[in-house]
Design a protein around this ligand. Sequence first.
Ligand code: NAD
Length: 391
Amino acid sequence: MRVGVPRETYPGETRVAMTPGAVASLEKAGIDVVVERDAGSAAGFPDDAFADKGAALGSRDDAFGADVVLQVRTLGANLDAGRADLERFGRGQVVIGFSNPLQNPEAARELAPTGVTSFSIELMPRITRAQSMDGLSSQATVAGYRAVLMAAESLPKMFPMLTTAAGTIAPARVLVVGAGVAGLQAIATARRLGAVVEAYDVRPAVKEQVQSLGAKFVELELETGEAEGAGGYAKEMDEEFLRRQRELMARVVAASDAVITTAQVQGKKAPMIVTAEMVRGMQKGSVIIDLAAEQGGNCELSRPDEEVVEHGVRILGPTNLPAAAPFHASQMYAKNLANFLALLVKDGELVIDLEDEIVDGTLVTRDGRVVCSRVLEALGEPVAAAEAAEA
Ligand code: NAD
């Protein structure tokens, strides 16, 4: 069993799918690892460090020639540069990585004819057993942390309250909208920097978590009802709910120096929560960091990876914040993948056990076809026919 780790080719991607530490655990389990030269340099893992832990160093073809290819971004999450690797895949080979399967399902259709068996980390089911393999969560932790640093850098104020001989400085007020994994880490980071933090989420269950981090939960007079759907993900709220939410949140947004939005509903366009009018109600110099910019944005004015200035308010929509802390982002991601591999490899052999909810849930293509019902649905293809063929 040989695992290959190519260098990432998505513009600005600095992460790597394996780290020397995780390589050591794979080698111990009898799995050989071949790493493309320079694959880890941008994340702070030089070739020597991989070699010291027993990995072989090789070319891109060597890495893609392995039984299992581990990537941060497979084709669906690297649409342009990723196509160059399509010809490197062969039948029966396995590829594991992020692939944006519900946003870019066409990529799965493009990948399928290579015969590759592909697994998408975004489709990891939210069950306790899968937590250690959940790459979305590990990377969201990094994004939440970096979002606060970005806000702190962009704000013309400091975050902590200071009592000095030159006067007293009031603490910055930070609002976090969406208190999932990224949001909770943003709250914790903003608190550590000394800000006064408020947070809101449609899932009432998070109120306690928000408070335990020392932030105030924003109570809105809104009937959230069954806001939590399968696996702890938020359900899509209707337009009337979102209209009321915006109305009630306008006052809190206006009083905030920095607003960090992380609200998402898996597989759907992000809910629009901060309107242009709400931005105009903010103090000049305030900052919005919209972590949902790639999914359509929580702020009406945000643009992916651009800085928009409106009414003196800076609005940033970073789409790849984990790449800003690639060492630890890669470390956690590599651990996620090593745990996932442990599920697929039994006694040195690949065993794709579709009875296992984690394996079945993340499998996207196999034997030349797209086999994941959620991806087929996103493609508008009949799911039942595909399932019958599978059986
Ligand atoms: P996410 O990235 O899908 O969404 C971010 C947050 O936005 C969520 O908390 C969601 O409720 C919120 N949101 C959606 N619409 C909103 C709106 N209109 N206004 C305000 N907030 C809105 O979520 P996530 O960070 O991946 O995590 C969601 C939950 O799942 C968390 O409780 C997390 O702990 C849990 N989780 C469980 C597992 C597991 O059991 N294996 C793994 C990962 C996450």
